[in-house]
Design a binder for this molecule. Structure first.
Ligand code: AMP
Length: 547
């Protein structure tokens, strides 16, 4: 057998897939392109590059070195974007702290990640001050302030962000290093037990960026992300690097708009004023925007939005399409960097009248993602649009385990595939459709009923604002579904009986199994959410267990 490994000329440059290389093109090709922060600040890519160098210089001056972990607690901002680049480019690890966790959980993640430095926005100082006596690893704090007068704090601040940047040099010589160096880390609460750390290397983030670019950039006319777009994230940058899209937007060299603290006024104002054309958010945020008084007045006919983090309800999709929004689903999880699929339409599908069906599917795997649906023995499930199995995946950008957690890492990667815990079917055209999560599936008398499907049906009633369906233990049936329903504001009041009759219509149309008739409906004022705004089914199951 001949050895066909490539021969390396001694002087040949082995190009490492490093985050710094994503910055080269846009800064050279689009130096005047803008980066905007709320209604407060705008600067060019040329200045952005300088600010990344200044940040790297300032951090180095404070003692940050390769292998250290630098944590950030901030809203979606230009500062966060600068950290996305400068920190990993130094060979350090960026820990994007989930500021919506409880102070105790935040303390756990800071300790567990062994953060050495912490950049903290003034709004989050009270949280850090509450736990500061128990933070063991952090040597230096840096203040992120937007006020002329800085807040008083008992934390040992090494300086304020802008002042440190001003004092640093606009150039920095970023060295090459191994592309498998850890670049980022953060914690997921989407599993049982304590938050679990996931981590991604430079190589993984670069390949994720290119994979997402290939999927979005090559679409013919729907859901395309291209150089004339204006990008604004509406998912927190601590949550899976805002789905990795800031890296994609920067590599593309598009105008970027960062909204800071989310308020519907600010988000709608920026969408309009900055002519934003590309965003991504969870359904809850879109729901918030759609229910805001000024929503009707804002022209969103040029807006493309990826909905992920939870299934896109059909009624929401149809309402968005009516307004001219190009809305479609994206799917992934913290463990997967995150993007695995997009529900983009082919040119043929764009000719169809009812597009919501496809746009609400989970979508097709993006380039390099191997996605299978399997049963418990890892046998493939037929792609017939009906049979369901767990989604397991391989891709070059999946976390290789949970940080310092061998046991759960092995469970995650059993059989050599990353297990998502999501249950889906797949049609013959390779569009997956999540029907439930393994932990969310409701088994009634031996039959599976999808809580997501039930939620979709209940949500399609005009008087329903929000709904969560959970399975509760039942001696006769094993489990019974309970729907917690929030009345839509200003809509007519309805009774549980009426809502059940609405559900029955779907059963009669054969769209729902008859076990769903066992549904119990309870009206509530609000539904418990997790720190990232998703319905907290774990908490709900515990809360209503005795009902
Ligand atoms: P997280 O790790 O918090 O991002 O949560 C990931 C989980 O959210 C996935 O495993 C899914 O259960 C759910 N999820 C994400 N995107 C979608 C989607 N498009 N449709 C349905 N569920 C989704």
């Amino acid at each position: 057998m001949t050895d066909n490994l490539i021969q390396r000329t001694a002087s040949a440059y082995t190009y490492p897939l490093l985050i710094k290389n994503l910055l080269q093109g846009p800064v050279v090709n689009n130096p005047k392109q803008e980066i905007v922060y709320r209604d407060q600040l705008r600067f060019t890519y040329q200045q952005f590059r300088e600010r990344v160098c200044r940040l790297a210089g300032a951090l180095t001056e404070l003692g940050v070195k390769a292998g250290d972990t630098v944590a950030v607690m901030d809203y979606d901002s230009h500062r966060y974007l600068e950290c996305f680049f400068a920190v990993p480019m130094l060979g350090a690890v960026l820990h994007t702290v989930n500021v919506r966790l409880s102070p105790e959980q935040i303390l756990y993640t800071i300790d567990h990640a062994e953060d050495d430095f912490l950049l903290v926005h003034e709004d989050f100082l009270p949280i850090v001050e509450q736990i500061k006596g128990r933070i063991d690893t952090v040597q230096h704090y840096i203040l992120l302030s937007e006020q002329d007068e800085q807040p008083a704090t008992g934390l040992p601040m090494a300086g304020e962000y802008e002042a440190l940047l001003s004092a640093a040099a606009p150039d920095f010589d970023f060295q090459d290093f191994d592309e498998s160096t850890r670049a980022t880390t953060f914690y997921t609460t989407g599993t049982t037990g304590m938050p679990k750390g996931v981590y991604f290397s430079h190589r993984q983030l670069v390949l994720h960026t290119l994979g997402v670019l290939a999927a979005l950039g090559t679409s013919t006319s729907q859901g395309r992300f291209h150089q004339d777009d204006v990008y604004m994230p509406i998912t927190p940058m601590f949550h899976v690097h805002a789905w990795g899209l800031p890296y994609v937007a920067t590599a593309l060299g598009v105008k970027q708009v960062y909204p800071g603290k989310y308020t519907p006024d600010m988000l709608l104002g920026l969408l309009e004023k900055e002519k934003v054309t590309f965003s991504h958010c969870v359904p809850t945020i879109l729901h918030l925007l759609m229910n805001h008084p000024s929503y009707e007045q804002v022209d969103l006919s040029n807006w493309k939005v990826i909905i992920g983090g939870a299934a896109l309800p059909k009624a929401m999709c149809e309402a968005a399409l009516e307004k001219g929004i190009d809305i479609f689903t994206g799917y992934g999880m913290s463990e997967t960097c995150p993007i695995l699929t997009f529900a983009q339409l082919t040119s043929e599908m764009l000719k169809e009248d009812d597009q919501a069906e496809i746009r609400c599917k989970t979508g097709r795997p993006i380039p390099l993602v191997q996605l299978r649906l399997v049963d418990e023995e890892m046998n493939d499930i037929p792609k017939d649009g009906e049979s369901v199995g767990e989604i397991v995946v391989r891709a070059p950008w999946l976390t290789q385990g949970y940080l310092k957690d061998q046991r759960n890492s092995e469970v995650l990667w059993r059989g050599g595939y990353l297990h998502t815990g999501d249950v889906a079917n797949m049609d013959r055209e390779n569009y997956a459709k999540i029907t439930d999560r393994i932990k969310d599936v409701i088994k009634i008398g031996g039959e599976w009923v999808s809580s997501l499907e039930l939620e979709d049906i209940l949500c399609s009633h005009p008087a329903v604002g929000e709904v969560a369906v959970i399975g509760l233990p039942d001696t006769k049936w094993g489990e019974k579904p309970l729907a917690l329903v929030v009345h839509k504001e200003n809509a007519e009041q309805i009774t549980a009986k009426q809502l059940l009759a609405h559900t029955k219509e779907f059963i009669e149309k054969g769209m729902l199994t008859k076990q769903a008739l066992l549904l119990k409906i309870v009206f509530v004022d609000s539904i418990d959410k997790t720190s990232v705004g998703k319905i907290n089914k774990k908490a709900l199951r515990e809360k209503y267990a005795a009902s």
